[in-house]
Write a protein that binds this ligand. Sequence first.
Ligand SMILES: Cc1cc2nc3c(=O)[nH]c(=O)nc-3n(C[C@H](O)[C@H](O)[C@H](O)COP(=O)(O)OP(=O)(O)OC[C@H]3O[C@@H](n4cnc5c(N)ncnc54)[C@H](O)[C@@H]3O)c2cc1C
Length: 1056
Amino acid sequence: MYVRSCFQSPCLQWVWRTAFLKHTQRRHQGSHQWTRLGGSTYRAVIFDMGGVLIPSPGRVAAEWEVQNRIPSGTILKALMEGGENGPWMRFMRAEITAEGFLREFGRLCSEMSKTSVPVDSFFSLLTSERVAKQFPVMTEAITQIRAKGLQTAVLSNNFYLPNQKSFLPLDRKQFDVIVESCVEGICKPDPRIYKLCLERLGLQPSESIFLDDLGPNLKAAARLGIHTIKVNDPETALKELEALLGFTLRVGVPNTRPVKKMMEIPKDSLEKYLKDLLGIQTTGPLELLQFDHGQSNPTYYIRLANRDLVLRKKPPGTLLPSAHAIEREFRIMKALANAGVPVPNVLDLCEDSSVIGTPFYVMEYCPGLIYKDPSLPGLEPSHRRAIYTAMNTVLCKIHSVDPQAVGLEDYGKQGDYILRQVRTWVKQYRASETSTIPAMERLIEWLPLHLPCQQRTTVVHGDFRLDNLVFHPEKPEVLAVLDWELSTLGDPLADVACSCLAHYLPSSFPVLRGFNDCDLTQLGIPAAEEYFRMYCLQMGLPPTENWNFYMAFSFFRVAAVLQGVYKQSLTGQASSTCAEQTGKLTEFVSNLAWDFAVKEGFRVFKEMPFKNPLTRSCHTWARPQSQWCPTGTRSYSSVPEASPAHTSRGGLVISPASLSPPVRELYHRLKHFMEQCVYPAEPELQSHQASAARWSPSPLIEDLKEKAKAEGLWNLFLPLEADPEKKYGAGLTNVEYAHLSELMGMSLYAPEVCNCSAPDTGNMELLVRYGTEAQKARWLIPLLEGKVRSCFAMTEPQVASSDATNIEASIREEDSFYVINGHKWWITGILDPRCQLCVFMGKTDPHAPRHRQQSVLLVPMDTPGIKIQPLTVYGLEDAPGGHGEVRFEHLRVPKENMVLGPGRGFEIAQGRLGPGRIHHCMRLIGFSERALALMKAHVKSRVAFGKPLVEQGTVLADIVQSRVEIEQARLLVAAHLMDLAGNKAAALDIAMIKMVAPSMASRVIDRAIQAFGAAGLSSDYPLAQFFTWARALRFADGPDEVHRATMAMLELKHRI
Ligand SMILES: Cc1cc2nc3c(=O)[nH]c(=O)nc-3n(C[C@H](O)[C@H](O)[C@H](O)COP(=O)(O)OP(=O)(O)OC[C@H]3O[C@@H](n4cnc5c(N)ncnc54)[C@H](O)[C@@H]3O)c2cc1C
């Protein structure tokens, strides 16, 4: 079977085949009907270089950033920084050397991305022979232009390399004039450089056409009267150029070349065979060309007596019996043609190796259009939509074929297609594995456990993508579906998912070009969900709920293939220089696959039935507690066993046993996860926090985050009332979350691992409640994905900030910006390199009524003017997030970053600090439970004065006192949480628990420390840190006195 042989030399993987071979059926030149506009006569074509003749720095940068894990867009942003006087433009004008440029540019990139950026490696890639190569279509076009007697020129913003030569990876002979900014000391869009070029060409502006990929450069040319063409995609631009010039710029059959010596086939016997086959009498030369990159099954274009044909053959040499099964391709195309599916018309399968040396088949060449770029540049939105609709329709046609009726019932196995595929690709992946890729490991575990229950079996194409379809040149109709090499009988939804791969890949992604960086609504392309819906509607099926599973599966398959390519590149077997680069993308694609697995996990969880979303029913059913027991007397991982108080409570809301079955299941899953993954990781996480690398996030935390996502233990915090459609979070009620939060509180690290840690939780809730769609897209989504972190800046050293109306930082309006000035401190998390958002509170109008003076602005952390000094809490740095004293000096923030509007800050802060703040209390109960558990374990084994400590009356009294205090606090939490009348109505309960929980926790932890002796203060146990945070929370969560004042006010108001 193909799969087994996939990576066998000389078979080049389907990645390559699909990327390149697909052009085997490209439209024959001349079949377009070009019109000449205006009848004007052009005498020269002027080309920009980067982005027109060779790949643009932007596109190279995007690819390089993915590979080097640099935040996307950093390079481009840094290139544009400073405009005319920025380092890039000065480099282009040769005002600085390559070394000087790289130094300045590197610093800029690192400042912008808050990480070290190896710009040297980007520069080497940009100028490497591999990347800096002229597009073959451009070479072809230039030849045609010159053959018609027109002049050609290059007008480029260019630079000098360190060897003092200008960077010009072009054959100079192709051009009559070459104008480079570094030679002239002038850059586009300065009009002087265009005039210089025209002068050297000896032409008037109207006699030339200028191609560039940048709008400002084109505008400047157009202002002088030069005709311009914007180049987004070289091929589309050439079509526009053809229309202006009135002649074709293509030669021969696209994507073909003379047959290589090694790939030659005997022409005479082929000609004889074809004449017999086609019944041709006339003689004439047989024209034979080879399609590029057809290395898996070499493919040839044949022209004989006015017939255009395609021949596809097995490669020469010894092959695995099931490999290169061209017979299957022939068989399925023939069968499907009879069922009305558009496929190339196959003429004959010749299994007689004596004709050309190997078996082959012949089909008719199908002229038409193949869209290589799935974003369909140059088309109208309605046209794009029609193309994707036609693609969907043809897929439905394939899946509607009755295999039995067309003789394909034995074309593949029936049922379990996905499971078989997963096994096959796992095997394939393992065979080519070079290092452990965490996302692949998780997928390998996850996929077989989440197989769709219902799988239909139909004919499947196996690689159904836009660039495998030949379209009618004038209307959105599929003329032929190509490339049936992976076809079999299987689950048709895998094909639907495969046709949506491009939706999730960036346009710069090598091999499989995508469009996830484009606005689909603007393009007119249906989103993936809509595409799936369209398919179900056409097929008369209920909507596909689990399409995220199919996307995860499809990307997993792509990742496995990419890994094979990479392995081959390492062993030097790959037949393409691009192989190595492609293989390195395995990790990127496997992470994409994993994101879909996580989404699917949440979908399943959210769909579990609940009676009433806000007041889920309480059940008396209780499961036995976990059997997990701490080991060893100095175990850092001691966790509480069920207390008798706990187990006796049955269905009370304060007991986990009261939770509805799905949430109870979630609770146990979290408990298991804490035991299996979090507690064992604590010593390593703690030593990371004490190491020199502490200001960067621990890789182990990132790994645990992925595991938590996989388990659906992610973003549990967002209250159902803030997110009733469960669009962003797990949709738990406060009561439900209280139990989970208590569990997470048992480890200092678990909240971050589950993306439930402050201050992100409060900020995310703020964005869900008050953010615009654009603010949500920019900040909320990355925060929910755990990719970035955030901080909240309210407190100021110069004023008593427990009264938020005191704050003084100013937010002043200036043009289309707000200008911020202020001095803040105790800003938690601001030192974390992942921190990209500061939710800033300041005053927009000091003269407005007291509670209408404040506003909240979303400040990107890369805004110039932020100066940070770290603070410590009892000497602890709390790395990597830390707590910072921060000066905001003349920050300019776009107006659209204002939340809700000016004067709404106080209102927002109140909303933010409501439910978000009691999360601390829930976690403090977790701290206390863990401290008590550690204490109990310790006093049982520690002997003093002839008996275990546990037999001392004072120790027993301490244990009992701690239990009572924990339960009292828990009752208060529950009392608040049971109050489902909303945050406002529960204000008294919130104030009470905020006052009670930190001091209760301090006392319980203090008793535990005392029972441990001096060890309790050491870092061998989490007690000292628990104690520190419990104490700090008596400020961080608002001083106790302020809660007391709130309570007093409410008590006197309502209860007299
Ligand atoms: C570890 C930690 C993390 C923090 N993280 C953040 C953060 O991320 N972002 C942020 O903006 N801030 C943060 N803070 C700051 C925290 O919110 C403030 O410390 C808190 O609001 C108190 O303000 P203040 O320090 O200015 O004290 P002040 O307002 O100066 O109050 C000082 C003391 O006066 C007393 N007092 C105040 N009001 C009353 C009253 N009504 N009745 C009686 N006595 C009263 C209390 O004893 C109080 O402790 C953090 C603090 C800590 C310790």
